[in-house]
Design a protein around this ligand. Structure first.
Ligand code: ATP
Ligand code: MG
Length: 610
């Protein structure tokens, strides 16, 4: 397609974007110059490092900070499009940062798929297309230094209470907490203990480092939250260098600050953590460790999509227990699954824009996602004919009109709105595959496709119905055959001469029905995988329900279809509109040129849940 076509795609950069509260905040900050004095030394670092840099050319910095403990899903796609999209639209930079501070659950497999998914969605990070992603584990030295600073400045202490006592002494919503007996010991004592923790002198769980804030704070997150714990575990980057690891709530603000993030956007459940985020960065700026102004955290509602689960744990269970074929099963809402199903980056970007960002949780209907895919593919997908549930049609006067064994060449546009893409061609012959549902022995009222002649009450014969074979001739149904079990085995019809599409006489016979077809002698048998939703329940895991109980037993139906010969050259990932059916994608794993396998990406009409 030409570049002008790309510009008219739904996610075109010049499309007018609806505003939202985050855009308003950013526009306000840009106008007020909130971050105009920030410096950037070309890489993340502490106050001294950044002070030596230039004024930051990035007007804002956002970040997408996945934990590399699973595959990304549609919810992450929302966050990716949001963070990278804001940076792109406001002259900023978005960072891809692996939040790999938890040594136990993280693996390189996940790091690699996350990188692939973000790239595939159309984004690059950290200021250049070939920059390396950042990783939080690179900041462990700084985090350790920050912890020591908090201790020496009287803002943190090592608590040796048992876990049970710590929990009991935290209080609850109606009841203030109780100070730990260790809280009042000297900074020297705590520093020594902390160094012992790092040196491996104490066992896992024997003590934790806590911020010293206020055990009576109404926000329980400010009641001296734990910031470092002892955990003997090998980390996929730092190996066995550390036996203490920072808690997420401590690590995350520091990661943002070292990277000079301006707008740190996260989901609503972190709202109660924001006071600690601000408290921590204020202390570290006071101490000269981090540069001002600090990043600011904003929260938005996470994506909840009907008919799917997005929790990593549940997705993993579906994969591990083989309810699906893998992380990239086309029924899963993972980015790799959606991609394999036939989703395009444009469709996901359009979806993210269309659902917008809000501050209150809600459910998005799965059909909204499908609508975006339809929009994306309608504009770009070449058309093709396919017969999914074939029955044979025999054109009984073919030999007389065209000569026995001859085929008649037909042509059709590759895309009805893009004549510049040219035509495809296929042949019509005596025997033709049509959809079983395009013939009715006894037609219901309003049925305009094939039905046979029948005798009326007064004995006269009512002719069989006429339809057009799309891009071919008008035919008239003359009869059918049945097997012993009463199933229709063949439909018979005659070709009406001089009615071929595109020829002068084509409109001489008016018909109400047009049906799709492929000739038996000029078609290709192909495996087609018809996917349906994975769960029958709109909210499969809401309210602690057993999500496995509502798995749809018919979520995959594999059929052999007949498709037009142009599909022989389909490359994996190629997408087509099968006329009258929907959008199909050559499977990126199992399809090969010459022997294509197609996935139903989305039907032509919104039939979801109907
Ligand atoms: P899960 O709960 O499925 O394990 P997570 O939130 O722990 O997901 P992370 O890897 O920590 O996954 O997420 C990276 C980023 O993606 C975070 O900033 C998070 O807010 C965002 N994110 C995750 N799930 C969603 C969602 N459903 N909607 C919007 N953003 C999401
Ligand atoms: Mg998380």
């Amino acid at each position: 397609m030409s570049s002008t076509d790309n510009k008219s795609s739904p996610a075109a950069e010049n499309a007018v974007k609806p505003s939202n509260f985050l855009r308003q905040i950013i526009e306000h900050d840009l106008a007020a110059g909130t971050y105009a004095s920030r410096r950037w030394a070309g890489s993340p670092g502490d106050a001294t490092h950044q002070a030596a840099g230039q004024l930051d050319v990035a007007k804002i910095r956002t970040r997408f900070p996945p934990e590399p403990n699973g595959y990304l899903h549609i919810g992450h796609a929302k966050s990716i499009c949001l963070n990278f999209g804001l940076a792109r639209d406001y002259g900023g930079v978005c960072h891809l940062r692996f939040d790999d501070t938890n040594p136990e659950k993280e693996e390189m497999e996940y790091v690699n798929t996350i990188i692939d998914s973000v790239k595939w969605l159309g984004f690059d990070w950290n200021g250049s297309p070939d920059a390396k992603p950042y990783q939080a584990s690179d900041y462990f030295d700084f985090m350790y230094r920050a912890a020591e600073y908090l201790i020496t400045s009287g803002n943190a202490y090592v608590d040796e209470q048992s876990a049970d006592n710590m929990r009991a002494n935290r209080g609850d919503f109606g009841k203030p907490g109780v100070d730990s007996p260790f809280r009042a010991l000297s900074a020297e004592h705590h520093l020594k203990r902390f160094q012992e923790m790092a040196g491996g002198l104490h066992s896992d769980g024997a003590m934790v480092l806590r911020a010293k804030i206020d055990m009576a704070a109404p926000n329980i997150n400010l009641r001296d939250p734990a910031i470092y714990r002892i955990r003997r575990a090998t980390h996929h980057h730092t190996g066995d260098t550390w036996c203490i690891y920072p808690m997420y709530t401590f690590a995350h603000p520091i990661e943002d600050a070292l990277e000079q993030i301006t707008h740190s956007i996260c989901t609503l459940e972190f709202e109660d953590q924001r006071p600690f985020y601000d408290w921590l960065l204020a202390r570290l700026i006071e101490g000269g460790l981090l540069s001002a102004p600090p990043p600011h955290q904003y929260e938005f509602a996470r994506l909840n999509l009907t008919y799917v689960v997005t929790s990593k744990r549940k997705l993993r269970q579906l994969v591990d227990d083989k309810f699906v074929t893998g992380w990239d099963d086309p029924r899963l809402p993972t980015i790799v699954g959606l991609r394999r199903r036939g989703y395009t980056p444009e469709a996901l970007q359009l979806f993210a824009e269309r659902i917008g960002v809000t501050k209150s949780d809600s459910w998005i209907d799965y059909s909204t996602l499908e609508g975006c895919l339809r929009e994306s593919l309608d504009a770009s997908a070449p058309r093709a004919m396919a017969v999914l549930d074939p029955i044979k049609l025999v054109l009984t006067n073919w030999d007389e009109l065209f000569g026995a064994g001859n085929l008649d060449l037909c042509s059709a546009p590759i895309h009805p709105h893009h004549p510049e893409l040219g035509n495809r061609s296929f042949k019509l012959g005596k025997e033709v595959w049509i959809e079983r549902t395009d013939f009715e022995e006894t037609p219901p009222k309003g049925f305009f496709r094939l039905f046979p002649p029948k005798a009326s009450a007064d004995g006269t014969v009512i002719a069989g119905n006429k339809v057009r074979l799309k891009y071919g001739h008008v035919i008239e149904c003359t009869g059918f055959t049945k097997d012993a079990a009463g199933n229709v085995t063949e439909v018979h019809a005659t070709v009406i001469s001089d009615t071929k599409s595109g020829t002068p006489g084509s409109a001489s016979v008016k018909v109400k029905g047009v049906i799709t077809w492929v000739a038996v002698a000029d078609s290709l048998s192909a495996e087609v995988r018809l996917y349906d939703r994975l769960f029958t329940d709109e909210h499969p895991d809401a309210g602690g329900k057993d999500f496995l109980a509502t798995l749809n037993p018919n979520s995959l139906k594999t059929i052999q279809a007949y498709v037009e010969p142009s599909l022989l050259s389909a490359q994996p990932d190629d997408k087509f509109q099968f006329e009258r059916h929907g959008y199909f994608c050559a499977d990126r794993v199992d399809s090969v040129v010459g022997k294509p396998v197609f996935n139903l990406a989305v039907g032509l009409k919104d039939s979801f849940g109907k």
